[in-house]
Design a binder for this molecule. Sequence first.
Ligand code: SF4
Length: 293
Amino acid sequence: MKKHTRLPEYLRVRLGGTASGEKVRELLTDLKLNTVCNGAKCPNRVNCFRAHTATFMILGRNCTRRCRFCAVGNGLPPEPVDCMEPERIAEAIERLNLDYAVITSVTRDDLPDGGANHFVRTVKAIHTKNPHTGVEVLTPDFNGNCECISSVLDAGIAVFNHNLETVSRLTPQIRNRAEYHKSLKVLEFAANYSNIPVKSGIMLGLGEYHDEIESAIRDLFNAGVKLLTLGQYLPPSQAHWPLARYVTPEEFDLWRDFALKLGFSAVASSPLVRSSFQAKELALAAGWKQSIL
Ligand code: SF4
């Protein structure tokens, strides 16, 4: 496979230090919290903090799976569930005055409920302290367990997000112990369960073909997904799945137009898009209303 060393100009983001970024970092250290924003060195974190949104990662840093694209899966044993974590996240949201937060986690195949109850406790703790903060969950597949998925959907969330990550053919090579159709079933179950908008995302640049991207977007739409994110895959290290290509901003625009024409409520599609990119804006586009919380 061709080696890509030079990052295109449109993917070079100046992170710079800002007072608000510094404040967030200090608070997270103080409250012993993990954010995907800092942990994954997300290129959009400065803008998200400025817009009063952030993504918190619960249930520890050690994932029970080892996906080939992911910076998180490090093979260490999963940590014990920290039962005070929901309260600390609620406090961080209050102190940062966030009006929208995304809660995600590593996959916890070691827990009987896959961590669903911890998601529920976190959403409830956030709303006890911050009744007007919208909470989006970005969950693992819970091994397709409908009880786990419905308990999270009943917790009072604004958006249910589960990423398809890649096209059908590449899933067995790239995602560990995950199945393309199982993820679609999770999304379909969530879409049929209630009116809560369902969201998903795909990374481009892993080696997928044009028709495979088209099929994946159609599959998501047919599963009832309303919100879609499409972003450029960037390998976290040389040991990860290699980059196949940089997808141009123009191609991302074409995929966004295709998805919107299909009927998605909102689509974020550009090289720097990640799952939580402009999460609040997408939720609003799907009908979530901040004032009714
Ligand atoms: S399951 Fe999720 S967190 Fe775990 S390695 Fe795969 S992508 Fe990363």
